[in-house]
Design a protein around this ligand. Sequence first.
Ligand code: NAP
Length: 257
Amino acid sequence: MADMFRLDGKVAVVIGGAGGIGEIMAKGLAAQGARVAVASRNLKKLEDIAREIQAETKSETVAFQADVTDKDSVSRLGEQVLKKFGTVDILVNSQGINTKNPAIGFPVKDWDQLFDVNVKGTMLACSEFGKVMVEKKKGKVINVSSVRGVRATFWGGNEGYCATKGAVDMMTRSLASEWAPYNINVNAIAPLLIRTPLAAPTLNDPAKLEKYVANVPFKRIGEPQDLMGLCVFLASSASDFITGQIIYLDGGLTAVG
Ligand SMILES: NC(=O)c1ccc[n+]([C@@H]2O[C@H](COP(=O)([O-])OP(=O)(O)OC[C@H]3O[C@@H](n4cnc5c(N)ncnc54)[C@H](OP(=O)(O)O)[C@@H]3O)[C@@H](O)[C@H]2O)c1
């Protein structure tokens, strides 16, 4: 029974694996026995985290440099991971950025960058690693969306970010449908505010934070640790009949909002 959450013999790729959320998910997968590739642009940071995860979990963890906005870079990542590990069983898309701007005069450059990283980057990674999963007729894809895919904020400036997460939600459902014949599960985790660098503008604004927490039934924001169990579950055989779902890890925020 307990074995249904083990990931021994599996290979996981965690993009954004040196980010606040990605790191904890990579650690969770490695702790369950998966060999893990962590990837993003900052190789030095990734290497430090890979070393730390490997020391703590004893699972092989390797860092790869990749920019998800660049198709060639994602293709190279695919080649390098296959060369190193021979296959891919689990893909976690935990890359992401958030740039807030008032709707009037929203800079097009910021809009494009949000969509490049959060939407195009997720699709390029799914497409690259999905190739391997389709071929072997097995795989688990976990996209990191957000409560902002279905709920706006009380304060403004979030149109770009919210729109990208709505897109990630629909990409998740659409891929789940397209790849169901290949036994690939595609799901998304949609957290509320999690204590990471990306959330700094809200975390560092006490009035905003207080207003935020007041609307959460559990009366707190999330910690990266809150992501670990759900990620392991979605990567494991325990979730084999779940696909196309957006799972809200939000202390009840979307239940009442
Ligand atoms: N924190 C929150 O409150 C929260 C809430 C809901 C959803 N989320 C989502 O959770 C995911 C992870 O966010 P986080 O909180 O962990 O933020 P974070 O600590 O800032 O991590 C973001 C990660 O994305 C990577 N990244 C950014 N641009 C990239 C690119 N072009 N190519 C490859 N990697 C790139 C960064 O690595 P490099 O800089 O090395 O490239 C970093 O590892 C995001 O999708 C975010 O939208 C976060």
